[in-house]
Each structure stands twice: as C-alpha cells, then as structure tokens.
Design a protein around this ligand. Structure first.
Ligand SMILES: NC(=O)c1ccc[n+]([C@@H]2O[C@H](COP(=O)([O-])OP(=O)(O)OC[C@H]3O[C@@H](n4cnc5c(N)ncnc54)[C@H](OP(=O)(O)O)[C@@H]3O)[C@@H](O)[C@H]2O)c1
Length: 329
C-alpha cells in the first residue's frame, strides 16, 4: 500500500486542529498488527478530541477515533493471521496511540479482540466503546448484587450511544428501565429500545434532602453533576450506580448518607481499564446473550471519512441520538 486517508489531530500553539490527510504506515504509532479498517463509530470522547473541547490526546499529532474494526493485513504476533476479523476499542487509541478514523491501523496485538462469532464488523462498531461500556456496567453491577427484583434501572443520557445500548441490553436481561432524557421528542425511540418508562429531565425537581424517596433499583449514569448526585439519594438499599460519563459535568456533590444508611454502591466504570480476558469475554457476550436487539434502530446514520468532520458539534451540544457509524472500507 502506498498511502491512505486518516483524520488526524495536531496541536497548533494551544489549539488543537483536526483534518483529513494522507499518511503512510510508517507514520502510525508502532504496533505488531496491521489492520485494513472497515468501520469505526463516533463516541462523545471523539467529539471532545476532534473539537479540542476536552484534552483527550496525550501526545500530538495522533489519528483520532477510539474504536476500529477491520481485517488483519499482516501480523508479527502469532495470535493473529492475515484475514482475521478484529475489533479494538479504547486501549489508548486516540490518547497515546494512533486511532481508528483511518483506512489502516497499526496496533499492538494486546489491543485487539477477535470479532465474536455473533457480530459483523459493522455491528461491532455500532456497539463500539459506547456499547461495550454499557455491557461492562451491567457486568459490574451484577457482580455487586444487582438483579431485576431490586427495581427499575434509571439510564441517563438515554438517547446517546451508551444510553441507547444500555436500555437495550438491560431490558433484554429482564430489568425494567426508565430512560431519563433531555429530549421531549425521544419517547417513542426510547420505548422502542426497551424502556418501560421515559422521564424528561428538563425542569425535574431533583430535591435537596440527603436521602430522597428510594425509587431506583440502580442506575447507569452518563451525565455526572446534579443528576448523579440525585441518583445517589434515590437508589434503593443495596442498589448500584454505574458512573460512566460526565456529559453534564465532572462535579459530584452528595453526602455519605446513601452509602452508609442504604448500602448504595457507586461503581466507577473505566472501559479502558478492563483486563484483557474480561474484555474478550464481554465482547463474546455482546455477540450472544448481550447482543443489542435493536442495533439497526440505534444506528442513526453512516458517514464516510469526508462526512466525519461535520459530525462532532452535535455531540458537544447534546443533539445526538443513537450511534453514528464511520465507513472506512
Ligand atoms: N467511563 C467510560 O469508560 C466511558 C466510556 C464511554 C463513554 N463515556 C462517557 O459517557 C458519556 C456518554 O457517552 P456517549 O458516547 O453515549 O455520548 P453521546 O452519544 O454524545 O450521548 C450523550 C448523551 O448525554 C446527554 N447530554 C449530552 N450533553 C449534555 C449536557 N450538556 N447536559 C446534559 N445531558 C447531556 C444527551 O442525552 P439526552 O438528551 O437523552 O439526555 C446525549 O445524547 C460521555 O460523558 C462519555 O465521555 C465514558
């Protein structure tokens, strides 16, 4: 191969500048497996990286994109052979290593998961880091005693990538799910994914007491800030809250009361820190019992590399619904 196209972020003074450019393989960060990329997808973090609204890259320049799926072209690692279908999510892509918005990727073999039997490359990227994180949250919560009998699961940032997949897979596992959204027009979409109730958060009184009426069996939180604080105060005894995102802000003001009087657990979810064996096992489940039942509905649109740069502002403004796939092949 001569050269190929990639969406790369540079630092220009103290401003990050992202653009499509042509690269050669030897310009990518080191790795023992070369992948012909087929699909990627957009995550909130990609929008932060591409717009410079958040400091995601820890060195410059780097190809953006935290996810990629494709076919092995060549491998110096015996675990992978040309033709193998593989998926890479997180693992430092677009932070310390060139990422997935590229026609080719060169990655350390440890970053790669074999594509699970139940998924196509396109489906794997429809799930992406967003869906993987939702599955990891379910795993952590259930390891810590979550079960449908505890009551409904509140999912915030419900129309986003993590939220949409969380609604789908939690409801498929027998949980009642209440979708919490800022989009009044999203009720039909959210119910179609499996939500049994939808609450529009704008104007909701979140209360100020150290403990509110306990109404949620548990929660999957993508927002942080005052909504997460309210969730800590309104989850039932022994319920779990998976703290995933900060779309509304990084602050958390609460008291110890939910933890010491109700035994509520606040579980930190860091999808980049999942041990490799568990990562592979969760991907296998995402192709089997945790495979989202409504993936095609969750895919909001497909773009190619030319269409990618125009996508990011909607993520920053919270206007996105579902997942955006990026066609690379
Ligand atoms: N911890 C991890 O490993 C991990 C992994 C993946 C993602 N994340 C984080 O999880 C969050 C969600 O990621 P995503 O990929 O699902 O993002 P996304 O697709 O952009 O969805 C985020 C959703 O949050 C709501 N939202 C956005 N901006 C908001 C604002 N300013 N105030 C209140 N609500 C807002 C919107 O939903 P509604 O309109 O329905 O409320 C939006 O659709 C992000 O913070 C992301 O960085 C963390």
């Amino acid at each position: 191969m001569k050269d190929f196209r990639a969406f790369r972020v540079h630092l220009d003074g103290d401003r990050s500048v992202a653009r499509l450019e042509r690269l050669r393989l030897d310009e990518l960060s080191a790795g023992d497996v070369v992948i012909r990329a087929a699909w990627s997808g957009i995550n909130y973090k990609d929008a932060l990286a591409a717009t410079g609204k958040g400091r995601i890259l820890r060195r410059y320049p780097l190809v953006a994109g935290v996810d990629v799926a494709g076919t092995v072209e060549s491998s110096a690692d015996p675990r992978f052979r040309p033709g193998d279908a593989v998926v890479a999510c997180g693992c430092g892509l677009s932070e310390t290593h060139d990422g997935g918005f590229s026609e080719y990727a060169r990655l350390p073999a440890d970053f790669l998961n074999p594509l699970p039997p139940g998924l196509s490359l396109r489906e794997a990227m429809a799930i992406g880091t967003a869906g993987f994180t939702a599955a990891y949250a379910l795993h952590r919560m259930e390891q810590n005693g979550q079960h449908p009998g505890l009551g409904p699961i509140a999912v915030t940032g419900a129309t986003g990538g993590v939220g949409s997949v969380a609604i789908d897979i939690f409801s498929r596992q027998g949980y009642r799910v209440t979708a919490l959204t800022h989009k009044p027009g999203a009720e039909q979409y959210l119910r179609s994914l499996g939500a049994s109730a939808v609450q529009v958060l704008d104007g909701t009184a979140l209360g100020t007491r150290p403990l509110e009426k306990a109404v949620w069996g548990g929660a999957v939180d993508n927002l942080g800030g005052s909504v997460l604080a309210w969730l800590t105060r309104s989850v039932v005894p022994l319920g779990n809250i998976a703290s995933i995102g900060l779309a509304a802000g990084p602050q958390l003001e609460t008291t110890v009361m939910p933890f010491i009087l109700r035994g509520v657990s606040l579980l930190g979810i860091s999808s980049g820190d999942v041990p490799r064996e568990l990562r592979i096992a969760l991907w296998q489940r995402l192709g089997a019992d945790l495979k989202p039942a409504h993936l095609e509905r969750i895919i909001d649109r497909e773009v190619d590399l030319d269409g990618l740069p125009a996508c990011f502002d909607a993520y920053i403004d919270g206007r996105v619904t579902g997942r955006t796939l990026v066609r690379l092949g």
